[in-house]
Design a protein around this ligand. Sequence first.
Ligand code: AMP
Length: 474
Amino acid sequence: MSNFNDFKLSKEILKAINDLGYKKPTEVQEKVIKEALLNKDLIVKSQTGSGKTGAFAIPLCERLSFDEEWDKALILAPTRELAIQISQDIKNIGRYKKLKVCTLIGKESVKEQDNDLKGKVQIVVGTPGRVLDHLDKCTLNGKMIKYLVIDEADEMFNMGFINQVEGVCRRINKNRTTMLFSATVPEKIEELTKKHMDRPVWIKCEGKGLVTEGITHGLIVVEGKEKLEKVNSILLSEIPERAIIFCRTKDNVEIAHNYFKEKGYSIDKLHGDMLQKERNKKMDSFREGRFKILIATDIAARGLDVENVTHVINIDIPVEKEAYVHRIGRTGRGGLKGSSITIMTPYEDKYLNRIEEYINLKIEPYKEKEIKDKALSEKILRQNPKKREDKKKSIKGVTKLYLNGGKKKKIRILDIVGTICSIDGIEKDDIGIIEIKDNGSTVEIFNNKGEKVLRELKNKTIKGKKLKVEKAKN
Ligand code: AMP
């Protein structure tokens, strides 16, 4: 096993990796980082939860530079939630190099994205449709894209985005490095790689199969009308620390949500009919431990990384075999244990057969556990889980501050840096990424100096203006 030091990474990247608590590279990181640093085109077969975000984010952040106006990296992801999560991961890795990340996703303000793109941005993460819009409007200059990452390529294909991905490939710099990540590489994707990649190196990380070891798989066969009751008895006997219950449709999410809400359980729901803002808020709440059980459609299944989900329950067996792998991949992450329990009706064997063939594993009948003390179980299910800080958003020693002035008050990065550096004991190296929006700005302060800067800024002016300063909410 190699060590992150062996890649000869800069001290800024090594510090960021250390902050995240990564001790050693995962298999995919070990194989990919080495090749990516040589600027080779790569096709990477690896499963969800394997650390693949780091595998591309580390070499990209190593290569890119804060001063660079021209070279950019573009990362395409199949869902908006995944794009947001990747942006956060990249911000964490590029923090000490002060790399700017811009997220381009549908259903969010185009104007704000246009503005963000006008500034110095080194990394753009987005969903294919919105990225294509920006390339067509030239708010994103395709010639500047020096690195392209296509993440979860098989999902893009399943969701019908492959033409949009091709459209992006055609509009950006031909002379670029491309990395494609996919759990499987069907023919259609291979065709795409032949057209748009240059002698790609294949990297396979299939040692452990499509599903992570450490997850137990159980199957229950019941009639449709008995499903909710059955799930309830599973919850009462298993008493999960945190669980996701997957349903096939939005309606089923609503029905299950109402059923468990009535029991007073600590639950919430997520599906595609909800506004993006609301979806983001729900995901943040789930990560922070504000509720215990998330009931969702497959939009919560792809690539999402929530710590310590102990159980995944499929109220409806997935119709698409790939969805099974994505759903259960929400548990057993980062080497932890997890349980996956799938419920099907007696007429759904065809789905089960397809899944078993795909994952090369027989899903054995679930061994029901005894409900020891129903009242106590119910009490626990009604309690929120232990509150936890979202590890990816709260890095030790780093504080993000919010100032209630931005572009409209003609505040520039230099003004903020100038004022903060005028505080005794604060230097440029203590200041991280600064983001200036129309009505507000955020600035990261390193080296445990956040509290001091917060205190001192209350008595200072920025560009002659008195601004309100507080800790940023996210
Ligand atoms: P991903 O497949 O990129 O979604 O990563 C899955 C999980 O593994 C995430 O929670 C990462 O923060 C975590 N992770 C990634 N790389 C490492 C590493 N080298 N050591 C420990 N955890 C890691």
